[in-house]
Design a protein around this ligand. Structure first.
Ligand code: APR
Length: 265
């Protein structure tokens, strides 16, 4: 593994525009379960995954019921206010501050990249601390609406201050389109990058899993996976190499090797 860590550091320092794609695997060391790993949420409770597939339809059919269900119990991922970024998040934030990493496109809704200090983060599946207007895509901080008060006053769902449209969580549910602004910017990043660091994702959910394939189309792009297990990207030869291990261990070691190299951009 050490050879590959050194190789990744050299590839990063040689790159002109490196980005990182991340999934639930980078947050497991913060105590947030992933979905499809050995103790993942869907692995342990397939029924929860089936229910998750129904959520978007329920929102469209009855936004008030969607909100009442959201308020009725804890989030699948637990109390995200209480979790902290781990060494993997910190390492990606440091690569950005060193000028090596230009952007993160994450599937995670936990806001941990932002809390670790990463500035340019695209929340591809939304962000649990943001609300979004279903009509005009206007986004609000969760705290801008007193949802409990709206429920007591029987005024759910919250409505957009810009256009009066219905507001939902920014979190993108299964079968819900990726918000067009985030989708467009993410494809742009995949098209311009010359290095893609793919961390902690099983790479089985589309359209996110298209992003490495978009980057791969240009032969000069180096795609590096850091994951606990091989994925379809490994098996299909989309990624040039897999560093098999924990992101919280591998990423800080890559940062240490990057800092030893002379030519930081
Ligand atoms: N370090 C490296 N890899 C890890 C770690 C870790 N500490 N912990 C878990 N992994 C790996 C798992 O082995 C798995 O291959 O990370 C991957 C996580 O895959 P998933 O659980 O499928 O998560 P993700 O790829 O982010 O899922 C994509 O599916 O359910 C939807 O919207 C949800 O955004 C999510 C999407």
């Amino acid at each position: 593994m050490n050879e590959l860590i050194k190789r990744a550091a050299e590839d990063l320092v040689k790159s002109k525009y490196a980005i990182s794609l991340t999934g639930a695997g980078i947050s497991t060391e913060s105590g947030i379960p992933d979905f499809r790993g050995p103790s993942g949420i869907w692995t342990k409770n397939p029924d929860a995954e089936r229910k998750a597939y129904e959520r978007y339809d329920r929102f469209k059919r009855n936004p008030k019921e969607y909100w009442e269900e959201r308020l009725s119990g804890p989030s699948l991922l637990g109390d995200l206010e209480k979790v902290l970024p781990n060494a993997g998040h910190d390492a990606l934030a440091e690569l950005e501050s060193l000028g090596v990493l230009k952007c993160i496109v994450t599937q995670n809704i936990d806001n941990l990249h932002q809390r670790a200090g990463s500035k340019k983060v695209l929340d591809y599946h939304g962000n649990a601390f943001i609300l979004r207007c279903f009509s005009c895509n206007a986004r609000y901080d969760l705290k801008e609406f007193d949802i409990e008060e709206l429920r007591r006053a029987d005024q759910l769902p919250p409505v957009c201050k810009e256009c009066g449209g219905v507001i939902k969580s920014d979190v993108v549910h299964f079968n819900e389109p990726i918000p067009s602004d985030v989708a467009g910017k993410s494809v742009e990043e995949a098209e311009i990058c010359d290095l893609m660091l793919i961390c902690g994702t099983s790479a089985v959910v589309f359209p996110f899993a298209n992003l490495p394939r978009i980057a791969k189309v240009r032969s000069r792009t180096v795609l590096i996976e850091i994951n606990a297990e091989p994925t379809p990207l490994t098996e299909e030869g989309i990624s040039e190499y897999l560093i098999q291990g924990k992101t919280g261990h591998v990423l800080p070691n890559i940062v240490e090797e990057v800092k030893k190299l002379p030519s930081l951009p």
